[in-house]
Ligand binder design. Structure first.
Ligand code: NAP
Length: 543
């Protein structure tokens, strides 16, 4: 330690400036804790700071996808669209930051490079890439489930001499597509949004599709002032309903099983949900994630719609997803994705028939040809759920690293804490409902839970807490048994770690719904923290 760079002692460190980090900073500051937060980006927003790609837009209703903890904020902010685009989301994030004076607690453009538990002193030693060291009683990892972009695993991907972009690291400057031959690799939620936006603007667009996704009409709308006023009048009730729903939002859900109604009624309901748009279809029947036969009927309905929208029957056939259940991959919402393929300048390259061999200086070489391009866009996804926490050294009790603990797959209690890592908390962590429910609602739940835990420790004169091994094992058994019932395991997705080479495979998301997750979180508090072990504040050695 040099005198010019002294160690700073804090109560709590927050890593990450997305929704989780923002609320954590607010909550713990209001509790009077001495805090410091770090964010690798140049501003707040997490995913919405980085993902400035053309067409980026949230696929949950804006009125849900925002903070509920501040009545002032939710009354003062007005959403303009049912599904907000990235610029509006970022404006909202900056509005909240300014309104609640959050920026001053963040050090931007700063990465935490290590966090090491000091057992003797019962604190975390946190180092940054700026050469600073902080010591804190608590560490909150608000590092997000989708913050580490996946490097494209394609031979020669750095050799391309044209313009290259990764959707998750899009530049702040405007990118022009006019007159250019553009290639997009990837057709998940991100690729679909890019294709429908860039297709009409590019000279020519080549879409490299390996696995087709199911996408449904978003049917986005401008929000009428009367509707917004009504929402604001009723926000308290709407938020309560969202917190008690499986998805943490106001999506209709049904208790009607698919085969409980006649074929013509089913058809009418599906047509109706298609017209409604959004994720209405998923909520029309209760068993689409559990009953493969029901699921296949719905998949076939959507394939029929693709056939109606895409004029060229060969292209339509290639765009129809087959071989995995609908909704097992993240369902996408689009505005004009399929219609984009009716443009004479837009070409689908089916990488199942014609696999990519390598990226060259000039473009993409498939098994059949070299496609010359001016620009290449990677929409190849993320090292999801665990990538961010494994990207730096997190060392708990007895020198155990998270990397070692998660060697066979992520393990935690409630996605909030890990045995062996005292006073280390996660928001929207793996083994929780992240990715399957509203991330803002989960973040608020998690930060509130952490705040209660810290208050409990403070009142009881405790210096450290961690879940017992049994609590963690029991939780992981619940996550596994619920996951086995779900069709989510039947597709190769980032939910399962299938998109990252050598990553442990398996569904480590809680599939029981956000409402049930909240019940488990509340029970872990209400039973007097029986599932945790604690160390007393006056102890000089760790428990
Ligand atoms: P993703 O769903 O993982 O999709 C990545 C795509 O890249 C897949 O089509 C994948 O094909 C393809 N790919 C990867 N490596 C490839 C290779 N070597 N060759 C050819 N294709 C390759 O990632 P994402 O689209 O970024 O979406 C991730 C998540 O972010 C979503 O599930 C969603 O939760 C979130 N998201 C949400 C929104 C929204 O709110 N509207 C928008 C964007 C993202 P394979 O499937 O064959 O591997």
């Amino acid at each position: 330690m040099s005198n010019s760079n002294p160690v700073k002692r804090l109560d709590l460190v927050v890593v990450g400036g997305g929704f989780g980090g923002m609320y954590a900073v607010y909550k713990f500051r209001e509790m009077g804790l001495n805090i410091q937060a770090f964010e690798a980006g140049g501003g707040l927003g997490g995913v919405w700071y980085w993902n400035r790609y053309p067409g980026a837009r949230v696929d949950l209703p804006s009125i849900d996808y925002c903070f509920s903890f501040s009545e002032e904020v939710q009354q003062e902010w007005t959403w303009s669209e049912q599904f907000a685009a990235q610029p509006e989301l970022l404006r909202y994030i900056n509005f909240v930051a300014e309104r609640l004076d959050l920026n001053k607690h963040f050090q931007f453009n700063t990465r935490v490079v290590s966090a090491v538990w000091d057992e003797l002193r019962q604190l975390w030693v946190v180092k940054t890439n700026k050469g600073e060291t902080y010591e804190a009683t608590y560490c909150v990892m608000a590092t997000g489930p989708l913050s580490v972009p996946k490097e494209p695993d394609i031979e020669g991907y750095k050799t391309f001499k044209g313009e290259t972009y990764h959707a998750a690291r899009w530049p702040h400057e405007e990118v022009s597509f006019a007159g250019k031959r553009v290639g997009v690799i990837g057709t998940g939620s991100t690729g679909i949004q890019i294709v429908q936006e860039v297709g009409p603007k590019a000279g020519e667009l080549f879409v490299f599709q390996r696995t087709p996704s199911f996408t449904m009409p978003m049917r986005n709308q401008k929000l009428e002032p009367e509707y917004v006023a009504e929402v604001k009048r009723n926000y308290a009730g709407l938020r309560e309903a969202a917190r008690n729903s499986a998805v943490g939002g106001l999506r209709p859900q049904s208790t009607r099983a698919f085969f409980s109604v006649t074929p013509s009624q089913r058809q009418a309901l599906l047509e109706d949900s298609w017209k409604q748009g959004g994720l209405a279809m998923l909520g029309t029947f209760s068993d689409l994630l559990y009953n493969p036969e029901a699921n296949e009927h719905v998949a076939e309905f959507v394939r029929g719609k693709i056939g109606e929208m895409v004029k060229d029957p060969v292209t339509a056939e290639k765009l129809k997803p087959k071989g995995y259940p609908i909704f097992a991959r993240r369902p996408c919402l689009d505005t004009s994705y399929y219609e984009t393929y009716n443009l004479p300048t837009v070409h689908l390259v089916d990488c199942l028939e014609e696999p990519i061999v390598e990226i060259t200086e000039k473009g993409v070489r498939t098994e059949g040809r070299e496609i010359e391009l001016d620009m290449l866009i990677f929409a190849t996804g993320y090292d999801g759920l665990t990538g961010a926490l494994l990207a730096f050294d997190v060392v708990g009790r007895n020198g155990q690293k998270v990397n070692d603990k998660w060697r066979e797959g992520s393990r935690s209690y409630l996605g909030l804490m890990m045995e062996g890592f005292p006073n280390l908390f996660m928001t929207t962590g793996p083994n929780g409902p992240a990715a399957l429910a509203n991330i803002v609602a989960i973040s608020e739940n998690d930060v509130n839970w952490i705040a209660d835990a810290i208050t409990h420790m403070d009142k009881q004169g405790l210096s450290a807490m961690e879940p017992t091994k049994k609590a963690e094992d029991d939780w992981m058994a619940i996550v596994a048994s619920l996951g086995q019932r779900s069709l989510l395991t039947k597709a190769k997705t980032w939910y399962l770690g299938a998109n990252v080479k050598d990553k442990p495979q398996g569904l480590t998301l809680f599939t029981g719904g956000f409402h049930k997750y909240r019940e488990f979180c509340a029970a872990a508090t209400q039973n007097g923290y029986a599932n945790f072990s604690f160390a007393k504040r006056d102890k000089s050695a760790a428990a």
